[in-house]
Design a protein around this ligand. Structure first.
Ligand SMILES: [Zn+2]
Length: 408
């Protein structure tokens, strides 16, 4: 093993060792936690769910080997443990129905680099793997490393993923291209020795916001991604809650009206049939039917127009916010989150949507969440914006099973 000052260790060699002895498994968990970010021994113990004594013993060995360093701070317990001369890069990929974002971070650095591309909504099936691979290679080269230093890839897909098999259980209703089987396996030909771990993209965006964004320092975070489709992710006690089939949090398919319009999921009157992106744009078209008005072609342009004072676009967005708020009230009665973070395209307009959403939630959820408590439930806009999913995926790639409830 290398000591400080000698040539850096490849991060992969620290993690992908075959030994399953308890000590080696614990050691790898601690290294992962430090790779995700510097922390005190107390915070590392909490994150790894290991005892203080175990953490302290392993950290001491890792310091001797030069793998981690301790900041000189007052007292042993206050010292922050950070990564030593270890070279590696973690990758996060968020794939959506019409585009994807790749995030990359050197493990010895906190700067995250992003690259995004868009594609036609019917072309994703033939493009997403090729374009992800291209952007991953570009970013890794840009930060001065090569593919041999990729530690792991976290992949967020617009589908529910079975946590036990990493296979897709059900694709998002808004997806018009094929995404079946085991999406992570599609990278095998390109990065044969790199582990790829997969989850639903809204789950990973929830993880990103709960750890680095608007939900940090909260115990229970509900993230809602409102774009073409409406998905959500739940982080409870610092762990992603996925459910047995990876379908937990599919808020877009809560039934709002059992006699309503048939949804692409096969049910009727789902939230998405009221507030999905295409539905909102249709409502603008209807309102302006017969008038010579340039119509918005995307949710993004509709939100821009609403911000610029278009009263039709504004009203449709606010009504959508009220409908989401009604659905949220039901979820809140079940889960009782501390904070709800609104992301996706609608999350770009918090000034317009948070208030009507909150009014509807308060009207239909139990009062105890809002009144007579020192910490009422809040709804806020996303801080990571459209980077939430790839950012969450990147840290998911580092932490792996430390982010999810035990699925065994
Ligand atoms: Zn549905």
């Amino acid at each position: 093993m290398s000591r400080a000052g000698e040539s850096p260790v490849n991060a992969r060699s620290l993690l992908w060792t075959p030994s399953d002895s308890v000590r080696d498994v614990n050691r790898r968990r601690i290294i992962r936690a430090v790779m995700a970010g510097p922390g005190t021994q107390v915070s590392i113990a909490r994150q790894t769910r290991l005892s203080q004594a175990t953490v302290s013993g392993i950290i001491s060995d890792l310091q001797k080997e030069g793998i981690v360093r301790a900041d000189s701070a007052e007292g042993e317990r206050g010292k922050r443990i950070r990564l030593g001369p270890v070279r590696g890069v973690a990758i996060g990929v968020e794939v959506n129905h019409n585009g994807l974002t790749v995030a990359a971070r050197r493990l010895d650095n906190s700067n995250v680099q992003y690259e995004s591309i868009e594609f036609a909504a019917d072309q994703g099936g033939s493009l997403w793997v090729r374009e992800s691979v291209r952007l991953i290679k570009d970013l890794v080269a840009e930060i001065g490393l090569d593919e041999n230093y990729i530690l792991s890839i976290g992949l967020g897909v617009p589908a529910a993923v079975d946590p036990r098999t990493a296979r897709v259980t059900q694709v998002a209703a808004s997806l018009s291209w094929d995404l079946s089987g085991e999406p992570g396996a599609r990278f095998r030909d390109h990065f044969p020795h790199v582990p790829v771990i997969v989850d639903n993209e809204a789950n990973l965006a929830a993880w990103g916001e709960a750890t680095y964004g608007a939900g940090r320092d909260h115990e229970t975070v509900l993230f809602v991604k409102a774009s073409t489709g409406v998905g959500s992710g739940l982080v409870i006690g610092g762990l992603i809650y996925r459910g047995r089939h990876g379908l937990a949090g599919e808020i877009g398919h809560l039934t709002m009206d059992p006699l309503g319009t048939v949804c692409r999921c096969g049910s009727r009157g789902c939230l998405e049939t009221f507030v999905g992106g295409a539905r909102l744009i249709d409502q603008v078209r209807q309102a302006y039917a017969g008038y010579r008005v340039d119509l918005p072609g995307s949710l993004e342009s509709m939100i821009e127009r609403a911000k610029n004072g278009d009263v039709v676009c504004r009203r449709i967005l606010q009504d959508a916010a009220r409908n989401i708020g009604l659905a949220l009230a039901r979820v809140c009665n079940l889960v009782n989150p501390e904070i709800v973070v609104i992301g996706g395209e609608l999350g770009r307009a918090p000034d317009m949507i948070v208030q009507p959403m909150m009014e509807a939630t308060r009207q239909y959820a139990l009062h105890g969440m809002f009144e007579g408590t020192v910490q009422p439930m809040t709804i806020v806009g996303s801080e990571l914006g459209l980077h939430a999913g790839s950012r969450g995926a990147l840290e998911f790639a580092i932490l792996a099973d430390m982010t999810v409830q035990d699925a065994s």
